[in-house]
Design a protein around this ligand. Structure first.
Ligand code: 9PG
Length: 523
């Protein structure tokens, strides 16, 4: 353990090798930078006091680091920072995986779940501190120039219009209707597979995956595919056939990877040699089908706490698994990680999702205020966290999720859509799911011009940017919701309890599926 007094810290950065480190602050900070564990988890500068535990708890494995969610004091993954009244910040960041930073009273403290590690400390201007941290991270996690990068591809992705209601005829029609819009990749998302765990085409894709990739390539673009290779639903053949491949806790019970698709999810133990072989074969299969843009999702499952076949720190195990999948898919594939613990993915993928999902709604009162959930899909949640992760940009392509242009199936107002489009410019990562059938001529023109434009972007404040000759201020989108109190807090607690019941989640899924059927029918 190393102890440091704030008065000993200079305005030059330093690196200290130790397992645990404590920095005693001399004045009370005005803000704390909490950095959430994986793509969807909250990253934000907030008041230096704890936030309510987000609900429903059943989602914790897939939304936060479940190991730390109930801690009474402020915490974040790998790094943390405090801002003082004069605007200077103190940043403490690990240069290796399996580490956390806590703010406990007047101590900013770093803890390693593994061995001794290098801790980076910088004090001064925010952008300078983060730039220096990023440089050191790059030196360690991508030392052989594995860092980016070719240009980031412009992607059309099927998720945010049709969700899982995709099939072969409709995708073929869309691929044709996209005409000469300047996309580099057409990416098929969730909905093509037999089951989560059973990565073969379902009956909605009768011609098979080769044919689907072929169709995309015939339009002159790269073929992209979504998979969630490290999880399986309880009903999948994979789970039923290979129970011994799945992660268990010290009592031998399966570790929960959360709940989605109306079912409990489980996590593969990627240190099991048979699982490694299976993952390698799966990555190769996807390439043989003809896809070379891979969006691998729900990857947090590779780093959940559990008793592994090989006894090693959980994030180190996950990083090893990414290395194996990367090698199997080939260096020429474009690899986007999603739902991924952030630090372990650096140097092993081309692009990383840096926030939760956007949606055609800005924010829901139930989710944002009552359940106090900043990770649930929603445009405001996505903007908030992505903006707080821009510091990752020198290391890899950063994906803030899609922008919207259509208004037919969308309740975002123009100003909110513009924020998403500007965020895409800032991140230099452009994607959309909008259907040509849903767009007016004017909206189609906006999309075309968005894909063809690369404005000059300059950050002039924490959330303020100069984009060519426009000033864009995101500040109002980044604040945290009000914390529920009194009767509202009681009601919220009851809703959270309801949200943990499988049958309630299944009812909500039925309602969502119904709404989706209606959307689909309008095509
Ligand atoms: C496909 C989608 C899309 C999307 C991914 C991921 O319950 N949740 O908190 C939750 C978060 C994100 C999520 C699904 C559920 O979306 O980010 O782009 O590929 O999977 O199912």
């Amino acid at each position: 353990m190393s102890f440091i007094k704030f008065s000993e810290i200079q305005k030059t950065s330093q690196i200290i090798k130790t397992n645990n480190i404590e920095i005693e602050l001399s004045s009370k900070p005005v803000k704390y930078y909490r950095h959430g564990w994986q793509s969807w988890s909250l990253a934000a500068w907030t008041d230096p006091s704890p936030l309510p535990v987000q609900m429903p708890a059943i989602f914790h494995p897939l939304q936060v680091d479940a190991q730390h969610v109930h801690k009474k004091y402020l915490n974040g993954s790998w790094l943390g920072a405090v801002e003082f009244a004069d605007g200077d910040i103190l940043l403490l960041g690990a240069l290796a995986t399996d580490t956390n930073v806590f703010l406990i009273e007047n101590q900013l403290s770093g803890r390693s779940e593994a061995d001794e590690t290098e801790w980076f400390i910088a004090y001064g201007q925010e952008n300078v501190c983060f730039e220096e941290y990023v440089e050191e991270l790059g030196n360690r996690l991508a030392p052989h120039g594995e860092l980016k990068k070719n240009n980031s591809p412009r992607v059309w992705c099927s998720w945010y219009s049709l969700y899982h209601a995709i099939d072969e005829p409709i995708l073929h029609r869309i691929f044709d209707d996209l005409g000469d819009l300047p996309f580099d990749v057409l990416q098929v998302d969730d909905g093509w597979q037999m089951d989560i765990g059973d990565w073969e085409p379902n009956q909605k894709f009768p011609s098979g995956m080769n044919a689907l990739a072929e169709k995309i390539k015939s339009t002159g673009r790269r073929a992209g595919l979504w998979l969630a290779p490290l999880i399986a639903t309880k009903s999948s053949r994979l789970f039923r056939g290979h129970a011994d491949w799945f992660l268990r806790d010290e009592h031998g019970r399966f570790v929960s990877a959360g709940f989605n698709w109306g079912e409990p999810l489980y996590a593969l133990d990627s240190t099991h040699p048979d699982v490694t072989l299976w993952l390698v074969a799966l990555m190769k299969q996807v390439r043989v089908w003809g896809f070379d843009y891979l969006k691998l999702d729900f990857l947090y499952a590779g780093a959940l706490k559990g008793k592994r076949y090989k006894d090693m720190p959980r994030e180190a195990a996950y990083r090893e698994c990414l290395r194996v999948m990367r090698a199997a898919m080939g260096a020429d594939a474009f690899f986007l990680t999603c739902g991924t613990p952030i630090l372990p993915a650096i140097g092993l993928c081309d692009a990383i999702r840096i926030g939760p999902d956007v949606s055609h709604k800005w924010e829901k009162y139930r989710d944002a205020i009552l359940l106090y959930n900043p990770t649930i899909p929603g445009t405001r949640n996505a903007i908030r966290t992505s903006l707080n992760r821009l510091w990752l940009k020198p290391l890899l392509h950063i994906d803030p999720d899609v922008a919207y242009f259509e208004s037919k199936e969308n309740s975002l107002i123009q100003e909110q859509k513009s924020l998403l489009q500007d965020l895409a410019y800032i991140c230099d990562f452009k994607a959309t799911s909008d259907l040509p059938q849903w767009m007016t001529n004017d909206e189609l023109n906006q999309l075309r011009s968005f894909l063809n434009t690369n404005p000059k972007v300059k950050q002039t404040g924490r959330y303020i940017f100069q984009i060519d000759d426009r000033t864009v201020d995101f500040t109002s989108a980044t604040s945290m919701p009000e914390i529920p109190k009194g009767l509202i807090a009681l009601w919220a607690g009851f809703l959270g309890w309801l949200g943990d019941r499988h049958f309630v989640l299944r009812v909500f899924k039925m309602l969502d599926d119904n709404a989706l059927r209606k959307r689909r029918a309008s095509l």
